[in-house]
Write a protein that binds this ligand. Structure first.
Ligand code: HSE
Length: 453
């Protein structure tokens, strides 16, 4: 059969390029970097078989060279200069696992400018500087892959980009911070106090360098920003997310939620509405019997509601050294397979419309529409009906009213579950409730998520 000589040469050229070792330069050799080194070495042959070529760590930048040498031995060139790795001609792909948003941005942009692919687990970097980084990568036709940045061990970015590529996604909701889920589980199951539970999470390497990113919900919001961009093809809108952590959460609410048949979880929710997208991280009540309520310790889970596949759920370790390495190396395998393939053939890393400026707006807090839990301190047990009536007067649908079980040192409390209502309307109703003579202290409110279709 006749074959055009140019066409027949082209695949051969690609084949030759494809069998060359993929040379990796890594910036950072802390929790994630050391795990990546170990897993790459341990599973070398399997990884090469899946990638179609060897993947070799050739260079590492580290702040502490002595410590780094203790991890990688003398098999890998070491340098204290991260920019050296980012720009070195012997490096095909730069793995950035140092963290932070300052120098890391410069290294990643330099790597891209030098035509290198980038793999990173740095959610803060991408949530804050992603627009600039992905634009630069598009310009250069290189890949910026970040599976390890979101719910580390769970291939949720791949699921959204590829597995669910046929679908219109309606919402994504998940426990996407291992540290806070670990703290909440330890406090509930073992009665540990907040500080002790956080100290354990830090000792286990789950927490961010600055743990306020975990406990204030910022890390989860970084990840949610990336999930929403993939799910809805919208730009990265971290600055517009509503973010609330677990530091203000009160033990009495954890107990009252249990009494009503719910558990409190720090959830990230991105939901498409007619007027825009809800983008929010906060502690919420989820039904105790729901799978999401069974996600404990540092585990993560993400649910996706899409039009064709329906509800799907993904579960796995949400923090940890080799758990994150698993995702980083999966990205390296993708890079190994796609290096040399025209960029237009890649599945886009941020959804098809990530560069669009006309994409969905983030809804303001007042427009978020959910059910709510209220805990209302009252002077006397017989004031329960007055509280329900006060809410109904303000057009808040009241689905359930109960008295909280007695607790030492805690006065009478009325518990309310509402039906779906806009946050703005609820805020006004709570404000009015707060002024009533029956109310003996600050009203506590939390959202309730059914996580149903
Ligand atoms: N500090 C993060 C967490 C690490 O606890 O989820 C993984 O992203």
């Amino acid at each position: 059969m006749y074959r055009d000589p140019v066409e027949s040469l082209e695949p051969l050229h690609h084949r030759q390029a494809a069998i060359r070792t993929l040379r990796v330069g890594m910036i950072g050799i802390g929790t994630v970097g050391s795990g990546t080194f170990r897993v790459l070495a341990r599973n070398r042959a399997d990884i090469a078989a899946r990638a179609g070529r060897s993947i070799e760590l050739v260079m590492v930048a580290a702040r502490n060279l002595e410590r780094a040498a203790g991890i990688v031995g003398d098999s890998v060139a070491l340098t204290a200069d991260a920019m050296h790795v980012a720009t070195h001609p012997d490096v095909d792909v730069v793995v950035e696992v140092a963290g932070g948003t300052g120098p890391a941005r410069d290294w990643v942009l330099a790597a891209i400018a030098h035509g290198k692919h980038v793999v990173t687990a740095n959610k803060a970097l991408l949530a804050v500087h992603g627009a600039e980084i992905f634009a630069a990568a598009r310009e250069k036709g290189v890949i910026v892959a970040y599976e390890g940045a979101v719910a580390v061990s769970i291939p949720i970015i791949k699921a959204l980009r590829e597995g669910l590529a046929a679908n219109r996604i309606e919402w994504v909701a998940g426990i996407i911070n291992g540290t806070t889920n670990f703290i909440l589980s330890k406090m509930r199951d073992e009665g540990l106090d907040f500080a002790a539970a956080l100290a354990q999470a830090q000792a286990l390497g789950y927490a961010e360098a600055d743990p306020s990113f975990d406990i204030e919900g910022i890390d989860a919001a970084h990840k949610l920003t990336l999930l929403a961009a993939n799910a809805f093809g919208m730009p990265l809108r971290f600055a517009d997310a509503q973010v609330e952590g677990i530091t203000a959460l009160q033990g009495v609410d954890v107990a009252c939620a249990e009494q009503l048949g719910y558990r409190i979880k720090l959830l990230g929710v991105a939901r498409r509405q007619a007027a825009g997208v809800e983008l929010r991280v906060q502690p919420v009540l989820v039904p105790a019997a729901h799978l999401m309520a069974q996600v404990n310790g540092s585990m993560n889970a993400v649910m996706v509601k899409s039009d064709a596949a329906g509800l799907t759920m993904y579960y796995g370790a949400g923090a940890g050294s080799e758990q994150t390495a698993s995702a980083v190396i999966a990205d390296l395998v993708d890079v190994a397979r796609l290096d040399g393939v025209h960029a237009a053939q890649h599945v886009p890393h941020l959804g098809v419309h990530a560069h669009a400026t006309n994409a969905l707006a983030v809804l303001p807090r007042a427009a978020v529409y959910t059910s709510h839990y209220l805990r209302v301190p009252v002077h006397a047990l017989d004031q329960i009906q007055a509280i329900a009536a006060g809410l109904a007067e303000r057009k808040v649908p009241v689905h359930q009213v109960a008295l909280a079980a007695e607790r030492p040192g805690v006065g009478p409390q009325v518990l309310v579950l509402t039906g779906p209502v806009e946050q703005g309307a609820l805020d006004l109703a709570v404000h009015a409730l707060q002024a009533r003579a029956e109310v003996a202290g600050p009203v506590s409110t939390l959202r309730v998520e059914s996580l149903e279709g």
